[in-house]
Design a binder for this molecule. Sequence first.
Ligand SMILES: Cc1ncc(COP(=O)(O)O)c(C=O)c1O
Length: 459
Amino acid sequence: MGLKDYSRRRFVKQNSLAGIGAAVTMSISPTILAKCITDTGTPAILGGEKIRTKEWPGWPMWDPAADEEQVVKVLRSGVWSRADLVTEFEKKWAETIGSKRCLAVVNGTNALIASLVQLGIGGGDEVLVPPYTFIATVISILQTGAMPVFVDTDPETFQIDCDKIEAKITPRTKAILPVHILGLPADMITIMDIAKSHNLIVVEDACQAWLAEINNKKVGTFGNAGCFSFQNSKNIPIGEGGAIVSDDDEFMDRCYSYHNYGNPYGTLIGTVGSGTVMAGTKMRITEYQAAIGLAQMKRLEEQTVKRNENAAYLRARIKNIPGILPYKLNNKVTKAAFHLFPFRYKKEEFRELTRSEFLKALQAEGIPASGGYTPLNKMPYLKNVLETKNFKLMYPPEMLDYNKFMERNQCPVNDQLCGEAVWIFHSLLLAEKSDMDDIANAVDRIHRNADKIKNNNLK
Ligand SMILES: Cc1ncc(COP(=O)(O)O)c(C=O)c1O
């Protein structure tokens, strides 16, 4: 049997017998199939030709002709502090998300802090949070004075493991902070049920999950508040920026106040002596940020659809490669955001090629990828915070014992996931479907040549 025949048979077998859906099988055209089965070359890391030589779509995207008019208008107007365009951005984002209100703030981190604080979370409270997230999620809890309590991760969805939430609830637990990490929705139906039965606040960290949905409802609208980030790498990039959404008018009025020095809701920007009502801070975004955001918002829906289509196609292409376990979406998810496309890498199926060796080989093929997060429940910042003056004033000594904290916050599944995850950045999903084949073919090539790579390249 020739190599081509072998590859063809292997492909057909894996994509029919192993249960690939009929719709997906049918969506792979003969041309693409031909491309899939002819890729048998030497891995680039061993001197072969790169699979991918074309550039991937860059990020952020910007179309001067379509996007710049309003930004330039703002710059020339001299009205740069918060005014009408920020309000317009908020209205549009609330509408887009299906929420009554939106407040734009300086970034996602502060959106989370403001939400937690204005929902009454503070010193002495515990907040349940997954460790598989960006550090800002945990920092936001610590900034309020509350104690993060880590709930282990479900390795298939990469999200908080809902079956492990209730075991972590104590009399101090006041809130759950689920994160729709990588843009894949956490199971908000189950989380809201748990929250309801234990009378807990829910703040959704949707900082990576713009337009993602569960049962056709956008994430960020399930909990008491939803928080978004518009930082430069995000699917709506503004450079920096964030938003809080909620249907609760009183809460949103308080957030507004908090983001504007504690001045009462409705106070004009720039007013002094307005009868400050709370110890607020300043979290306002500028008019030129809003102008950039409005331009970016226009392309979000179309890009999100494309990411979903390409992710589904790529998933189908790689899921039968031994040792590659792509993300799963729980069955209530109707749309994901795919800030990242994740899969787990099992080195046992790759002749013990380590993940970092695999990533190097993938990079050599022209496919940028990363290993993602390291466990957030095990880092020195936690020891540091437990030793602060404020924490000593707010918690009994047994809660500040670092070893006990570490013991209580073990998340072994997350530890393993952090060692196995591979991420592909969302802008690659904005290339064409045929470009997804380059990714799949590179993974497949590394798999077929894992022994050679292990023996020849990395001694
Ligand atoms: C999951 C998550 N939470 C919170 C944040 C914080 O957002 P920002 O960077 O806008 O402060 C980020 C952004 O990187 C994030 O990815």
